[in-house]
Ligand binder design. Sequence first.
Ligand SMILES: *Cc1c(COP(=O)(O)O)cnc(C)c1O
Length: 438
Amino acid sequence: MSRLAMLGGSRTVDARAVRTSVAWPVVTDAERDAVAGVLDGGLFTSNDGGKGAVSRLQEEWAQYVGTRHCAAVSNGTAALALSLAALDLEPGSEVLVPALTFIGTAIPVVQRMLVPVFVDVDPVTYTMDPALAEAAITPRTRAIIVVHLHGLPADMAALRAVADRHGLALIEDAAQAQGATYRGTRAGALADIGTTSLNVVKNLPTCGEGGLITTDDPDLYERIVLGRQFGEDLRAGTERDYLSRVLAGNEKLSGVQAAFTRAQLTRLDEYTAAREANVTAFLARLRALPGITVPQCPPDRTHAWHILRLRFSPEALGRPDISPGALRSALRRALRAEGVPMQQYQVLPLPGQPAFQELTGYHGYPWRIPGASPADYRVEDYPVTLAVIEDSLTLQRWHLNPAAGPVLQRCADAFDKVWNNLDVVLGIAAGSRAEVNA
Ligand SMILES: *Cc1c(COP(=O)(O)O)cnc(C)c1O
């Protein structure tokens, strides 16, 4: 039995190999040519007369996702803010948001003077629990933002039914789920409005920041487009009239960003297929080890595998005396020493973030709006999110590379080695208290 790297043994995964062989995003001559094409062509902005990279990307993404319209914007957070703006909700209205997601899902709600109401997630899919969503609805609720967390589409049929029963708008935050499908329909076409992010870490990246919004609704589309460009109508073939039809800022995408993403989009399906093979082979090996819960994909969906979250159970390892957090910390140490870059993704349910605990908002707004609910954000109200954060670790980013298969296999070797030395790891866990963020 080989010695753990943590105790002076050799590392299982060569960190340099990880850095050099599986960078993300993958930059090829197609991206270089696309970016150079924008520099040479002179159409630098989204106001490109329908001929530039931004217009092309909008057409291609709408076609890929299967919606009538797509608007390109500056980032995924802005995409959500513009979507909420287009719904024209009264300040103080409530919007349901999952408790387990990136802060970028919830901040646009507050920016639009709307009150986020958090909903716990399902313990298997890590996406919004439809029954709990329904239970959180009040007479002030107007919209639901669903997140396809880690790349797995949420239970959209159930959430659509909840939204319809209560007359709510449904927005999907597909920032982590480009290419994933639910009952044959692609993420981005599963709600009234779909948003996504082109941030460099996402499955469909740009060389920086960007976002895309999809919808079938021509009125929402028009308001979203006005919202990204000072309320101006900048349609091809019309002269700029400098009239701001709605109050709006500037959230446009640049041609360089769009061109890079267009090149990536031509390879999205190929990369998704390679990732599916690499990740499922990796997870199959982990599934054979006791005490690990690997991510599930219900048969009516496909998973984009944006983030791989693994849960660890002391109980299943016969050690109910050890806390899940202590086991997670000890495993993180042991696996990182072997060269497996395990890390946490989210350290608190969103309502537990200081920004929400303190209810600072904008001089106390939106919570101070007359008639708005007195916000009462208690992390104990989100037991599934709390448990998942406590007992799990994630792999992020490098595994997105289609060539990551061999490195993932080395990572599985590292898990085998650590599981062969579980007594050592459990001893460390038993002797320690959970280190926060460790
Ligand atoms: C990345 C991300 C966002 C924010 O996207 P940006 O482009 O970084 O603003 C929002 N929601 C989720 C779930 C994300 O993963």
